[in-house]
Design a protein around this ligand. Structure first.
Ligand SMILES: [Zn+2]
Ligand SMILES: [Zn+2]
Length: 342
């Protein structure tokens, strides 16, 4: 099969498309013919070499996989040949305390797909039977690659971690990015009034089309003043932050009393200073959230079927053009997600 291999990480990573042996399925494995695989910031970080821990050498990246079952191991019962499936982000054991409490994406023995084990930037990928969901009818298989990450990730952050309630105000930072575009949609679907923050002027119109109340252009300025002006000086109940370090101060200052900030992305990396008294007197919480479970993926699929969410795959590239996708991501020139189509 054809696969994109990360030969050497670096600012200009060495990637090569190679002919390698198609993986053999073990008793509980499923071979999936990849239809599309989302290009995540995680992949950018591994390609750049800023994320190295636990990465398999010569890794085939990509964890946002949709495709069709091509072969199944002898003990597999959940799916059969020809089924349309979407992958979860982690190969999990199914037995440990986290797997048994609905947090299989944080399995104690878990292996990240496209990180510790080969992922979906290839014609085929070998996944565990419990590492995927069957797609309901009537869903575009290519777009479905985004159901776990970033869409399920955004759903978990906004609903389960931030406990966003209908009628509350939510700020989403990095609103034109892959996580951001979907976090905007999720917060809207949960009934929030959404203020979208972006640093890319050219993305404003497309963000507006997602139905947000206001798009705030964050440049050098502290955007929390805009948030305060738009909320009668109350601040936002929830901030879903997909940017991290670079916007942390403004994001935190945007919070209302009892505000909840959830960090789901870190683009630049760096340290911030925070005054504990401000956290205390605001009764605020600052949390992190990554990953998504099978239940999030299935809920996203249902919400897409109901027309409440729409995956945004703005561009697709063949494996041979992965470096172009990488550069566009690095230069923040992509809207929503781009995907590789082997
Ligand atoms: Zn991802
Ligand atoms: Zn486990």
């Amino acid at each position: 099969m054809k696969a994109l291999v990360l030969e050497t990480p670096g600012e200009e990573p060495k990637l090569s498309v190679k002919e390698i042996e198609t993986p053999q399925v073990g008793p509980l494995d499923v071979l999936v013919r990849v239809k599309a695989c989302g290009f995540c910031y995680h992949d950018v970080a591994v390609m750049r070499g800023v994320l190295r821990r636990g990465v398999k050498p010569q890794i085939i990246l990509g964890h946002e996989i949709s495709g069709e079952v091509a072969d199944v191991g002898e003990l597999v019962t959940a799916v059969s040949k020809g089924d349309k499936v979407v992958s979860l982000l982690t190969e999990s054991c199914g037995q440990c305390i986290r797997c048994r409490t609905g947090r299989e994406y944080r399995c104690l023995y878990g292996k990240g797909v496209g990180h510790a084990v080969d992922g979906g930037f290839a014609e085929f990928v070998k996944l565990r039977e419990n590492g995927m969901a069957l797609l309901p009818d009537g869903i575009d298989l290519q777009e479905a690659c985004l159901f776990a990450c970033p869409m399920g990730v955004a759903l978990q952050a906004a609903r389960d971690v931030a406990r966003l309630q209908p009628g509350e105000t939510a700020v989403v930072t990095g609103a034109g990015g892959g996580l951001g575009v979907h976090a905007v949609q999720v917060t809207k679907a949960l009934g929030a009034r959404v203020l979208a923050v972006t640093t890319s002027p050219e993305k404003i119109d497309r963000i507006q089309e997602l139905g947000v109340e206001e798009v705030i252009l964050a440049g050098e300025l502290d955007f929390s003043e805009m948030v305060m002006a738009l909320t009668e000086d109350q601040g936002a109940d929830v901030v879903i932050d997909t940017v991290g370090f670079a916007l942390f101060s403004s994001s935190f200052r945007s919070l209302s009393q009892y505000g909840r900030m959830v960090i789901i992305g870190e683009v630049a990396g760096g340290k911030v200073s925070i005054n504990p008294a401000e956290v205390m007197f605001k009764d605020a919480s600052v949390s992190g959230s990554t990953g998504a479970g099978l239940r999030h993926l299935l809920e996203v699929a249902a919400m897409v079927q109901q027309g409440r969410l729409k995956p945004v795959v703005s561009q697709t590239f063949p494996l041979e053009e992965a470096i172009t996708a990488y550069r566009l991501m690095r230069e923040k020139q992509t809207f929503g997600r781009v995907a590789l189509v082997p």
